[in-house]
Each structure stands twice: as structure tokens, then as C-alpha cells.
Design a binder for this molecule. Structure first.
Ligand SMILES: [Zn+2]
Length: 74
């Protein structure tokens, strides 16, 4: 049981770093509501504004903290 917790603790930073890298490589995901396949109702989709693309949650966090940092250091 103890070794399992150690393994999880060791894995967590690796997963976080790879997720951050993944968000930096492709910050835009496909819209879950209209998706890449359905183009018929994309124009009326309010989730993505008709683009079919949505920013990932990690990217949105990055933008949020970058804005906080910029406002704080002005
Ligand atoms: Zn959409």
C-alpha cells in the first residue's frame, strides 16, 4: 500500500508536466457540443461561437494566470 502511494506521488508531477506540454502544443480542442464532424449546427453553436474549437482548461488557466501576473506587475 505504501509503495503504491509513493508511485502515485512520483507519477503526479510527470502527468502534470506532460499535460502542460500537451496544452502548449495544442491549446485548442474540438468543441464537444458540435464537434468536428457536424458542420450543420456549428454556426448556431454558442459554446464555440461557430468555430468548432474550444480552448482546453489548462490553456484557459494559463491565460488566466498570465493575465493576473501581467496585471500584478504593471
Ligand atoms: Zn461548438
Amino acid at each position: 500500500m505504501g509503495s503504491l502511494i509513493v508511485l502515485l506521488v512520483l507519477c503526479l508531477p510527470a502527468v502534470t508536466v506532460s499535460y502542460i506540454g500537451f496544452c502548449l502544443v495544442s491549446p485548442w480542442g474540438t468543441c464537444r457540443r458540435c464537434g468536428p464532424a457536424t458542420t450543420a449546427n456549428r454556426r448556431t453553436c454558442r459554446t464555440c461561437d461557430g468555430t468548432g474549437m474550444r480552448p482546453r482548461i489548462g490553456w484557459r488557466l494559463y491565460v488566466h494566470f498570465r493575465r493576473l501576473h501581467r496585471d500584478g506587475t504593471r
